[in-house]
Design a binder for this molecule. Structure first.
Ligand SMILES: [Zn+2]
Ligand SMILES: [Zn+2]
Length: 182
């Protein structure tokens, strides 16, 4: 089996009680997660802790070359796995193997995703990533359109209105052309 990134032969997977069985490339330090071995490891250990989904836009070097699955020789597909992250990992739709560039794996470990790789491609996880990304791009849009000061102000007003018992009346007051005419 060869590294999908640099072609270096991948040796035996790293095996230890606490670390998932992954193949680390001695050439580029990237990590190949073979799905069968990984799922067996996941099944044999206690339930995983909560992942840390704090948005993380730390720059990460992300190889862009098209890669083939080292097992099935099919093209790998790119996926975002963490809100705000600028990198994508690559996955084989046929055997579910996953490729992480070296920094990507380090980021996954930092966010405690390395022991739940199998969850990262499920519909709920991917929906969560898309929702977080939509939120971030809207935030950028508002900030750009309103400016920092007005954006902060309108958010304060919104927070104040959100739980106000007179919310509807206050909104009507704000929107009326002249709130003092009947
Ligand atoms: Zn490599
Ligand atoms: Zn494959």
């Amino acid at each position: 089996m060869q590294c999908p990134n640099c072609g270096t032969p991948l040796g035996a997977p790293t095996l230890s009680e606490s670390d998932p069985p992954v193949f680390r490339c001695s050439g580029c330090q990237g990590v190949w997660v073979d799905s069968n071995a990984y799922l067996a490891w996941v099944a044999a250990r206690p339930a995983e802790g909560a992942p840390d989904l704090t948005p993380d836009d730390t720059p990460v070097s992300d190889t862009q070359n098209l890669k083939l699955c080292p097992t099935c020789r099919r093209f790998l597909t790119r996926y975002h796995i963490l809100p705000g992250a600028r990198f994508s990992v690559e996955r084989c739709a046929h055997c579910n193997g996953v490729w992480f560039d070296a920094d990507e794996w380090a980021t996954a470990v930092r966010h405690k995703l390395h022991d739940q790789v199998n969850r990262l491609f499920t519909q709920p996880w991917q929906a969560q990533i898309r929702a977080a990304e939509a939120q971030r791009s809207l935030e950028r849009l508002y900030l750009e359109r309103f400016g920092a000061e007005d954006y902060a102000r309108v958010r304060d007003v919104r927070a104040w209105l959100d739980h106000h018992p007179q919310r509807a009346t206050l909104l009507a007051f704000l929107q009326a052309r002249d709130p003092y005419t009947l």
